[in-house]
Design a protein around this ligand. Structure first.
Ligand code: IMP
Length: 504
C-alpha cells in the first residue's frame, strides 16, 4: 500500500514566529544577513556567500543581466535564465562580469561624417544628450570628439552640417584612462567641471563614459557582492539536456555559480549533470540543484555533489504543477523536512550543504519564516518581477501599472527542458501561467524595506544572524480565525472600504 503521511503539509501562511528575549544588542544595525551559498566543511568559510539571503529566480521574466547587476549590488545573486541560446545566456553573464558601477558603455555614437540631422535624431531616439564621435561610429571606436546638446541649436544651424565641424575635438577634450577607479574619474570630473568623462584605452579607443550624476548613486552599495577581481558575482541556470555545451560557455563567460533548474530534481538526470560539472571542471565549479521536497531528495543531490539544494514543488505564484500533475508539498513542511536532512547530513559528514526555499513568498515576513524554518536563503520570482530592473514590459492595465510575469512552464517561455522526463522535446502541457504583477519601482528601494523587515523580526526573535535564527526560532501554527486577526479588522480604513468585522 502507498505511504501516507499522518500530518498535512503546511504553507508559510499557517505559521507565525514567537518573540524571544530582545536584548539591547538586538538592534537592526547589529544583525548580519550573511549566509552561505555553497557547500563547505563545518567551521570553514564557504567559497561563496551572500550578504542578503535572497536570489532571483531562473526565469525569462526575472533574471537577465540588468537584474543581476542590480541584485549583486545589494548583496544577492541572480541566476540568469537558461531558456535561451547558450550564446545569449553567456553574453548576459559576460555583461554582468564586465559591469563597472558608474562606467557606462556608450549606446549612442556617430561617425565624424554624419550630419547634425542624424545627431539630433539619435538624441531624440535615445534621450541622450552626450554623443561621442568615433572613427567608425561604434561604442569602442577610436575617439575623435564629442557632441553635446549644448554644442548646436538645431533651428539655427544647417542640418547638413557634419558632426566633425561642430564637435569638441579629441585634443580639446579631457579623458580618463582605462583602469582608473570611479573615485579617480570623479576627481577629474570635479577638477575640470565636466558633466561627462570619456574613458579611453591606451590606443585611444573609447571604453566607457562616466557621468557626474552617477557617482553619488553608485558609491553607496555597502552590501555589494564581488569576486576577487572586484567584478559583480552572477549565477546562471542550466538544464540536464544540453549541459555539455552550456556549462563550458557559462564558466568561460565568468559565471560564479550554476544551478540545475528543474521542476523535479530528484532524478538521475540531475545527478549526472552535477557529476559532469564536478568531473569536468573540478570542485572550483559551483553547482546547485533541485527542486526537492523531502529528506530523500536532499540526500540524493547532496551525495551527487550539489553545492546547494533548492526546495519547493508547486508553491510558486505562477505555478499550476499541483493542479496539472498532483505533485508537490506545502512549502513550509518541505523546508523544515529538508533542513532536518541537511543538519543530519552535516552531523554524519561534517559537510554543510545550504538549502534554498524556492517560490511561494508572497509577503516579506515569509522570507524570515523560511529562514527560521531552516532555509539558508530564498529564491523569488514574483517579488523581483515587479521592479524596473526585470525584463518584462511595464504596462498600464485597467488604470494600474503592472509588469509582465510569465512562468517557465507557460507556452510563452516554452522551457521544455525544465519539465522533460525524457520524452518529446517539447512542452506537452503547461505547468505555469502568463500573468501580470503590480509594478513596484526600483529594486534598491524595495529591498531596503524588505531587508529592514527581516532584521527587525530577527531582533524580535533575539537573533543576530541566520544561524542564530535557525537555532532559536520558536514557531507556532495559526488557526484560520487567527489569520483574520492578523490584518487590520473592525475599523474603517481611511483609503479603503469598511474592513469586515470578525463577528460577521
Ligand atoms: P514565486 O516567487 O512564487 O513567483 O516563484 C518563483 C519560482 O517559480 C521559480 O524560482 C521556479 O522554481 C518556479 N517556477 C517558474 N516557472 C514555473 C512553472 O511554469 N511552473 C511551476 N513553477 C515554476
Amino acid at each position: 500500500m502507498a505511504f501516507v503521511y499522518d500530518e498535512p503539509s503546511r504553507t508559510f501562511q499557517e505559521f507565525l514566529l514567537l518573540p524571544r528575549l530582545t536584548t539591547k544588542q538586538h538592534v537592526s544595525g547589529n544583525v548580519s544577513l550573511k549566509t552561505p551559498l555553497v557547500r563547505h566543511a563545518s567551521g570553514e568559510e564557504p567559497g561563496l556567500s551572500l550578504q542578503l539571503p535572497m536570489v532571483s529566480a531562473v526565469m525569462q521574466s526575472v533574471s537577465d543581466d540588468k537584474m543581476a547587476v542590480a541584485l549583486a549590488q545589494q548583496g544577492g545573486i541572480s541566476f540568469i535564465f537558461g531558456s535561451q541560446s547558450v550564446e545569449s545566456q553567456a553574453e548576459m553573464v559576460r555583461r554582468v562580469k564586465k559591469f563597472r558601477a558608474g562606467f557606462v558603455v556608450s549606446s549612442a555614437n556617430v561617425r565624424p561624417d554624419q550630419t547634425l540631422r542624424e545627431v539630433s535624431a539619435l538624441m531624440r531616439e535615445t534621450g541622450h544628450s552626450t554623443i561621442p564621435v568615433t572613427d567608425d561610429g561604434t561604442e569602442h571606436g577610436l575617439l575623435v570628439g564629442i557632441i553635446t546638446g549644448r554644442d548646436f541649436r538645431p533651428n539655427k544651424i544647417d542640418p547638413e552640417t557634419l558632426a566633425k565641424e561642430v564637435m569638441t575635438p579629441r585634443d580639446k577634450m579631457v579623458c580618463g584612462q582605462e583602469g582608473q577607479t570611479l573615485t579617480d574619474a570623479n576627481e577629474i570630473i570635479w577638477e575640470h567641471k565636466l558633466n561627462c568623462l570619456p574613458i579611453v584605452d591606451s590606443d585611444g579607443h573609447l571604453r566607457h563614459l562616466v557621468f557626474r550624476k552617477d557617482y553619488e548613486s553608485q558609491k553607496e552599495n555597502p552590501f555589494q557582492l564581488v569576486d576577487d577581481q572586484k567584478r559583480l558575482v552572477v549565477g546562471a541556470g542550466i538544464n540536464s539536456r544540453d549541459h555539455e555545451e552550456r556549462v563550458p560557455a557559462l564558466l568561460e563567460a565568468g559565471a560564479d555559480v550554476l544551478c540545475v533548474d528543474s521542476s523535479d530534481g530528484f532524478s538521475e538526470w540531475q545527478r549526472d549533470t552535477i557529476r559532469y560539472v564536478k568531473e569536468t571542471f573540478g570542485d572550483e565549479a559551483k553547482v546547485g540543484a533541485g527542486n526537492v521536497v523531502d529528506e530523500d531528495g536532499f540526500r540524493y543531490l547532496a551525495e551527487a555533489g550539489a553545492d546547494f539544494v533548492k526546495v519547493g514543488i508547486g508553491p510558486a505564484s505562477i505555478c499550476i504543477t499541483r493542479e496539472q500533475k498532483g505533485i508537490g508539498r506545502g512549502q513550509a513542511t518541505s523546508v523544515m523536512r529538508v533542513a532536518k536532512a541537511r543538519d543530519q547530513y552535516l552531523e554524519e559528514t561534517g559537510i554543510y550543504v545550504p538549502i534554498c526555499s524556492d517560490g511561494g513568498i508572497t509577503l516579506d515576513y515569509h522570507i524570515t519564516l523560511a529562514l527560521a524554518m531552516g532555509a539558508d536563503f530564498v529564491m523569488l520570482g514574483r517579488y523581483f518581477a515587479r521592479f524596473d530592473e526585470s525584463p518584462g514590459s511595464k504596462l498600464l492595465v485597467r488604470g494600474n501599472f503592472v509588469k509582465e510575469y510569465w512562468a517557465e512552464g507557460s507556452n510563452r517561455a516554452r522551457n521544455w527542458q525544465r519539465y522533460d522526463t525524457g520524452g518529446k522535446k517539447a512542452l506537452v502541457f503547461e505547468e505555469g501561467v502568463d500573468a501580470y504583477v503590480p509594478y513596484a519601482g526600483r529594486l534598491k528601494d524595495n529591498l531596503a524595506v524588505t531587508r529592514e523587515k527581516i532584521r527587525s523580526t530577527m531582533c524580535n526573535c533575539g537573533a543576530l544572524s541566520i544561524p542564530d535564527l535557525h537555532d532559536s526560532a520558536h514557531l507556532t501554527l495559526v488557526s484560520p480565525v487567527s489569520l483574520r486577526e492578523g490584518g487590520a479588522h473592525d475599523v474603517v480604513l481611511k483609503d479603503d472600504e469598511m474592513v469586515t468585522p470578525m463577528e460577521s
